[in-house]
Design a protein around this ligand. Structure first.
Ligand code: NAD
Length: 438
């Protein structure tokens, strides 16, 4: 039976993408979109641009592109803006990041130079390894939030945007647990006025976005919008949100492999992961407090997928370790090693070694694109609060309180596509179709 179709407002007019953190990921994303728009590159890795979706029965042979099936904003309708603690425009920042080749950056120099970061809301104690001059000054955190809301409003007006979406591509902040100030909107607003030390800069951006009715995605592992106060605000304002921490290199590999081991009932006794990384993200993550934030999202993945409580013999003794080492010569071209100790029939041990020579920002850029387009779609479809169907893109997917996150990438993909089918009134696909027996 097909579901009734959700009313989705058309994607008319310009969509403004606001990005706190104009670093490697953000500039690779913006430069990539500009290159694709000019026919000078392919949006590889992006579901919204490249993937199809099967509809109806297998015999119907209906597999349109996702972009033709749901009304998404087109690349030509995107406008970019953002904030950073450095004054470099996106062309300079992309040149420093050394992700894309200079001749490609030169081909889109003009739009990149036009992206000049607005003054950031920043506190050194939240990101210890960096400091920059392009920072707002205000009497308290509420005033800083109001300045961000003014930025959002004037960006929208100046660029004639019909809608906006914000995505945090800023540095990973130090590890913080939610405290009393995060538990309700009233407490958070009171805390902003009193400049409560527990309110992180990323939370001030998220607050400003949601207050302005702008959907918000969190690409870093910081707590940011994953607190009752901001989730209440998102529901109250009817704004969709999602997070956290883009699922790229090593964790992407884990969520590919671990479901396979479990599907075949193979045991795992150890998973040792280490990385060398030489970009600014690597430098920030060398600070133990920032790494602690990252470590939490990286470690939780295996436990949820393998379910040691259901399969104690196979996974209860799994030793899992994740390390990141800052190694400048590598730049953005990270190397991730995994040694996986598995066991099979009669507990016989085996080993798997992975050496993934990946490029962090190349893997992250299409995720940024998909997230902003899907969040904008969700907003036009009237969806609010946490968008669990976007878990596919995150290392630490946000969930409703009390629910465990789904990490298995294949279940996540099914969830994402079924959400799109549901939105458009198509049958959900359960893979329970007719089978033939001889
Ligand atoms: N594959 C990936 O690259 C990947 C995967 C998952 C998560 N992430 C996360 O995405 C984020 C961006 O990664 P990146 O490689 O682009 O890092 P980057 O260091 O190149 O860029 C981050 C930028 O954020 C700026 N910044 C820091 N605090 C800010 C603030 N309060 N306001 C405005 N700007 C601020 C920094 O000055 C810097 O320019 C990091 O948190 C990283 O952990 C990246």
């Amino acid at each position: 039976m097909s579901a009734s179709r959700t009313t989705v407002a058309p994607a008319e007019g310009k969509l403004g993408i606001l990005i706190p953190g104009i670093g490697a990921v953000a500039t690779t994303f913006v430069a990539g979109v500009e290159l694709v728009k000019r026919g000078m590159g392919q949006p590889v890795g992006s579901l919204t641009q490249m993937a199809t979706i099967r509809l109806g029965k297998r015999t119907e042979n209906r597999s349109p592109y996702i972009r033709d099936f749901v009304p998404l904003a087109g690349l030509n309708d995107l406008v970019f803006g953002g904030w950073d603690i450095y004054e470099d425009n996106a062309y300079q920042a992309a040149t420093n990041a050394r992700v894309l080749e200079q001749h490609q950056l030169d081909a889109v120099r003009e739009p990149l130079q036009a992206l000049r970061p607005m003054k950031a809301v920043f506190e050194q104690q939240y990101v210890k390894r960096i400091n920059g001059p392009n920072v707002k000054k205000g009497a308290n955190k509420r005033e800083l939030a109001e300045m961000l809301m003014d930025d959002i409003k004037s960006f929208k007006e100046k660029n004639g945007c019909a809608r906006l979406a914000m995505i945090w591509c800023g540095s990973t902040e130090v590890h913080r647990k939610a405290t009393a100030v995060h538990q309700s909107l009233a407490a958070l607003e009171d805390g902003l006025a009193k400049s409560d030390v527990d309110i992180a800069p990323s939370q001030i951006y998220a607050y400003a976005a949601l207050k302005s009715g702008v959907p918000f995605a969190n690409g870093a592992p910081n707590l940011t919008n994953d607190i009752p106060a901001l989730l209440d605000l998102a529901r109250e304002r009817h704004v969709p949100v999602c997070g956290k921490d883009f699922k790229t290199g090593q964790t992407f590999m884990k969520t590919l492999l671990a479901p396979g081991f479990k599907a075949r009932m193979l045991g795992v006794s150890g998973w040792f992961s280490t990385n060398i990384l030489g970009n600014r993200d690597g430098e920030v993550l060398e600070d133990p407090d920032s790494f602690k934030t990252k470590e939490e999202t990286k470690l939780s993945v295996l436990d949820q997928i393998l379910q040691p409580q259901l399969y104690p013999h196979l996974y209860k003794d799994l030793y899992h370790s994740v390390k990141i080492n800052y190694y400048p010569p590598r730049g953005d071209a990270k190397e991730g090693w995994d040694n996986i100790d598995i066991f099979g029939w009669l507990n016989y041990p085996m080993q798997i070694k992975i050496d993934f020579l990946c490029r962090d920002s190349i893997l992250a850029a299409p995720i940024v694109l998909d997230l902003v387009l899907f969040l904008d779609l969700a907003a036009r479809a009237g969806q609010r609060g946490i968008q669990e169907w976007l878990s596919f893109y995150f290392k630490g997917p946000m969930t409703a309180p009390g629910l465990y996150p789904e990490h298995d990438i294949f279940i996540q993909l099914m969830k994402l596509k079924n959400r799109l089918r549901h939105m458009m009134g198509e049958e959900l696909i359960t893979h329970l179709g007719l089978e033939y027996y001889d």
